[in-house]
Design a protein around this ligand. Structure first.
Ligand SMILES: Nc1nc2c(ncn2[C@@H]2O[C@H](COP(=O)(O)OP(=O)(O)OP(=O)(O)O)[C@@H](O)[C@H]2O)c(=O)[nH]1
Ligand SMILES: [Mg+2]
Length: 431
């Protein structure tokens, strides 16, 4: 890695005031100087006409920046061209770069991966950066920013340091013990060292479902009989015509999802096929899918215009009376009119209240992914195993080594080539 110089458009595709082209690798300085015809001072913006170094053709005018290794985002020689954001300007600049020997277009996530390889960020931070780019709501942003800033990295490093200290303790004991003493642990010391680690890892694991949910969105299913007004409600809450609405019962067959920002929290609303027995075949499939999906939902809305009670189930259900322009809501129901919008703010409040209880505000998040959760679960079992009463010292040491390796996986410090491929390939190009 690091042999090639890579480049990519770092800003979004399409028409814009400016576009930023990023470059990283050994040929950055020579390339930028060839294009600007100027010597570049490190970390200073230079305004210049940019030319194709091969043909001399003027491409655009803009800023060139050069950050020498190792003080750059990738840890390599790194540069940026800030050019006009028109399609043709961007295309001409990228074309000129691709014609230079030693340069090639970057693969998705390649800049971040080079930064990782050079110790600029660990794997948990790289993942959180991807989340930050994907964040649609403020709570998602807060959560991603916290981990991108190294919150999980610092915790994991602290835990690993404690484990290594505990290992050293055991090993000294092993080295100095006579044959007869092998198997005796300095238990109190070990427990004092490891108990806080176990407690903190357990706490992070307890908070994991909330922060993982924050990434996916709080899932709300809209349920009811055909014609209850489900699709009308989805469209009203999403402020878009996502689902077909018609007076014919059985209009919706597939599930239709809307990803919404409610009170700063990510909420996934799912419109479904109306529940009824005598459905024809395709509608039946829709109903079966609805019933299967209810299992993984966080909340169900039961819609009825006639005050029909919801079918029994274990999910938390909010009863919503629809079409209140035709008939008042029964006592204890939230009444809405999907056509005129009456009652929608109260419904949104009720959803947000439940989403908040489930997701929190993202401020305390540490674990963002299943990958982290699995690694920390393995680490916790190692730590707990090591302090079991009557544990043989050799086995305790093995437990701790296993736990330390699991923690190493979180930050990308051990045996992780496939993990790296999986993580970085999900980035967009130019990141
Ligand atoms: N008067 C009135 N009519 C409504 C309201 N909401 C929906 N409707 C009408 O009720 C009919 C059914 O609405 P949909 O939103 O398609 O109902 P649905 O529950 O999605 O029905 P299926 O997809 O068939 O299960 C349509 O003709 C809507 O215009 C409402 O608040 N007031
Ligand atoms: Mg519908």
């Amino acid at each position: 890695m690091g042999g090639d110089t890579i480049f990519a458009l770092g800003t979004g595709a399409g028409r814009a005031a400016i576009a930023v082209v990023r470059l990283s690798g050994p040929d950055v300085k020579a390339t930028l100087e060839a294009m600007t015809g100027r010597a570049l001072e490190p970390r200073r913006a230079t305004f210049a006409f940019l030319r194709d170094p091969d043909t001399g053709e003027a491409l655009d005018q803009g800023l060139a920046l050069f950050f020498p290794a190792p003080h750059s985002v990738t840890g390599e020689d790194y540069g940026e061209l800030h050019i006009h954001g028109g399609r043709a300007s961007v295309e001409a600049t990228l074309l000129a770069l691709s014609g230079r020997p030693g340069l090639r277009a970057a693969e998705p996530g390649e800049f971040a991966r080079r930064g990782f390889a050079n110790g600029k960020l660990d794997l948990s931070q790289a993942e959180a950066l991807a989340d930050l780019i994907d964040a649609q709501t403020q709570a998602q942003r807060r959560q991603a920013l916290r981990v991108a800033g190294g919150a999980l990295r610092r915790k994991v490093e602290g835990w690993r340091a404690a484990l290594i200290e505990a290992l050293a303790l055991i090993e000294t004991q092993l080295d100095f013990s006579d044959e007869g003493d092998v198997g005796l642990l300095p238990r109190e010391k070990l427990a004092a060292l490891l108990a806080p680690v176990a407690e903190e890892i357990a706490a992070a694991l307890r908070a994991a479902p909330a922060s993982e949910r924050m990434r996916d969105g709080f899932a709300v299913m809209i349920l009811g009989r055909p014609n209850a007004g489900k699709s009308t409600l989805l469209n009203a809450l999403a402020s878009r015509d996502l689902a077909i609405v018609s007076p014919i019962p059985g209009t919706t067959r597939d599930m239709i999802e809307a990803h919404l920002d409610m009170g700063g929290l990510p909420v996934t609303l799912v419109d479904t096929a109306g529940l009824r027995e005598a459905a024809e075949e395709i509608e039946r499939i829709g109903v079966d899918r609805t019933l299967a999906r209810i299992e993984t939902a966080d909340l169900a809305l039961w819609l009825s215009a006639e005050g029909e009670e919801p079918p029994p189930g274990e999910k938390e259900i909010l009863c919503i009376a629809t079409k209140i322009d035709l008939r008042p809501a029964p006592h204890g129901w939230i009444g809405v009119c999907g056509l005129g919008g009456e009652g929608l703010p109260a419904l949104v409040d009720a959803i947000v209240e439940r989403a908040q209880a489930r997701l929190g505000d993202g401020g305390g998040a540490l674990i963002l992914r299943e990958r982290h959760r699995k690694a920390l679960t393995a680490a916790l079992s190692g730590v707990v195993g090591a302090v079991e009463p009557d544990k043989d010292m050799e086995f305790a040491a093995e437990d701790l080594r296993r736990a330390a390796r699991a923690l190493g996986r979180v930050v990308g410090a051990v045996d992780v080539e496939e993990i790296l491929d999986a993580v970085f390939s999900r980035f967009c190009i130019g990141k």
